[in-house]
Design a protein around this ligand. Structure first.
Ligand SMILES: Cc1cc2nc3c(=O)[nH]c(=O)nc-3n(C[C@H](O)[C@H](O)[C@H](O)COP(=O)(O)OP(=O)(O)OC[C@H]3O[C@@H](n4cnc5c(N)ncnc54)[C@H](O)[C@@H]3O)c2cc1C
Length: 315
């Protein structure tokens, strides 16, 4: 029950692909559900940035559909015009990766720009508090933020986990990614699908969002390697962009024009668990889900499947 009156069976924290998938499955199963996300848009790491005429996918670049069940989901996204094949077995969104999140959010009760600050035990389950003081109560909470952030919410609410459960969750680790967004030409010599094979010690990924079909502007996304990102995390944006631009220029030529830098502190899990962690306490249930709680971690596909598994644990 929301403390201001509306009833929910479940609060889902995080409207990335895991949370959206969990919430959709719970709703389809007849469980009243609300999603809360601190972002101004749904999607989390399914993120698309628009700057004037340029459009950048700056988080997840593509997704795969290797699992038979998720392949049916991907086929439905394609049938709805939301996704299309890109290269090899990679699919992408037709209007930027965040449009998949918008598609999944349709018809769901999603509270955006809502930063959850604590999850506490309440008389009817858990009480979820946001930074503006609003509170929701539900018998179940699905936590899909990166695991350290989810644990911090429970700490803030005074929820103590069993030592063994906490130790399993605390073992989850993530790598960082500095993502540089540039305007830079995509020379004809680079692959026609818009993804360049990059090696060396700086970049892990270089792609043209124009060639991908997102915009008419030469918008290039450059992801730095995890070790490079960690070493420069404290450097200011201009210094990071200058260093990335020098590297991008090796492929695109000219002087790439820096547009923005995005810092992904929890870019991809490096140590995952193989399924959701479910904590039952009387009639109240907590479920940890998200891309780090799936054996196929660090991928859109794994995150979506984690969301489904979380919903199944509550059915
Ligand atoms: C740079 C980069 C490149 C990637 N490339 C690929 C790729 O090409 N292919 C692929 O398959 N995967 C890729 N991934 C991984 C993929 O994006 C993730 O596995 C997937 O999107 C994770 O989804 P999720 O729902 O588990 O988490 P998230 O998308 O991180 O969702 C968690 C949500 O929780 C919200 N949240 C956190 N704390 C709070 C709070 N206190 N209150 C409210 N809301 C909160 C966040 O705002 C966020 O929206 C990439 C990731 C990055 C960062």
């Amino acid at each position: 029950m929301r403390i201001d009156g509306s009833s929910y069976g479940c609060v889902v924290i995080g409207a990335g692909v895991a949370g959206l998938t969990a919430a959709g499955a719970l709703r389809d199963g007849g469980i009243p559900v609300v999603l809360l996300d601190k972002g101004r848009a749904a999607g989390g790491r399914l993120a698309t940035r628009r700057v004037e005429g340029a459009v950048f996918d700056h988080g997840a670049q593509f997704f795969t559909a290797r699992d038979a069940g998720f392949a049916r989901t991907a086929a439905a996204w394609r049938a709805a015009g939301v996704a299309r094949p890109w290269f090899d077995d990679a699919l992408c969104a037709t209007a930027g990766m965040s449009s998949i999140a918008r598609h999944l959010a349709a018809g769901l009760d999603v509270g955006l720009a809502t930063t959850v600050t604590a999850v506490a035990r309440g008389p009817r389950g858990y009480v979820v508090t946001a930074d503006d003081g609003r509170r929701w109560e539900a018998a179940a909470v699905v936590l899909t933020a990166p695991v350290p952030q989810s644990l911090a919410l429970l700490d803030a609410g005074g929820v103590a986990l069993d030592d063994a459960v906490r130790a399993r969750l605390a073992a989850v680790t993530y790598e960082r990614c500095l993502a540089g967004l540039f305007e830079a030409p995509w020379p004809a010599a680079l692959p026609a699908h818009g993804v360049a094979r990059v090696d060396g010690d700086t970049l892990s990924w270089l792609a043209s969002n124009r060639v991908k079909g997102l915009c008419a502007v030469d918008a290039v996304t450059a992801h730095a390697r995890a070790d490079w990102s960690l070493a420069r995390w404290s450097h200011d944006d201009a210094a990071v962009l200058a260093a990335l631009a020098a590297e991008v220029a090796r492929y695109t030529g000219g002087a790439p024009r820096p547009v923005a830098l995005k810092r992904w502190r929890y870019a991809k899990p490096t140590r995952c668990l193989d399924g959701p962690v479910v904590v039952r306490d009387g009639g109240a249930t907590l479920v940890f889900a998200g891309d780090a709680l799936h054996r196929d971690g660090g991928r859109v596909e794994g995150a979506a499947r984690s969301g489904l598994a979380a919903a199944a644990a509550l059915s």
